[in-house]
Design a protein around this ligand. Structure first.
Ligand code: ZN
Ligand code: ZN
Length: 150
């Protein structure tokens, strides 16, 4: 499911105001990179954002995309989904949520499950470690890949 237009526009305007608060320049290129990310729920890699952006910014380099996404991540404007044996995948959705990762096609889907939101971490053996949050990654075979096999 692609994010709705209003959702995308909301993400972009809050991105722009956060950049201003953080004192980072809001360049058209940065907005374009963020827009590509805000516009999808596919958790794209830097490479696939590059393939799209090249169509209208022919001079942009893959390195610029990597660096920009790294900057966004350091500033907490986007998050990174680490998946098995693959390049970093980026996510503009900063609401707490989990991920389903297909080990066959490497598709990353958002996964919401309230029972996973309330794990009693305090009962585990994390002495003196302050937990700020967590994301659960469920690895498996997606519906499409299962269909292909059978
Ligand atoms: Zn799959
Ligand atoms: Zn996600």
């Amino acid at each position: 499911m692609k994010p709705e237009n209003t959702m995308v526009e909301n993400r972009i305007s809050s991105f722009i105001s956060q950049c201003k608060d953080l004192g980072i320049k809001v360049t058209p290129q940065r907005v374009a990179i963020y827009r590509e990310l805000a516009n999808t729920d596919q958790h794209p890699s830097a490479e696939s954002i590059y393939q799209k952006i090249r169509n209208y910014y022919p001079n942009i380099s893959l390195t610029t995309i990597y660096r920009t996404l790294e900057t966004f991540e350091k500033l907490g404007l986007v998050s990174v989904v680490n998946i098995l044996y693959n390049a970093a995948r980026y996510d503009a959705n900063l609401e707490p949520h989990h991920h389903l990762v297909c080990v066959a096609c490497k598709k990353v889907e958002d996964y919401y499950d309230n029972s996973l939101m309330n794990l009693d971490i305090s009962k585990s053996n994390l002495a003196n470690y302050k937990v700020l949050g967590y994301t659960i990654q469920l690895n498996g075979i997606c519906r499409d890949c299962r269909k292909k096999k059978s």
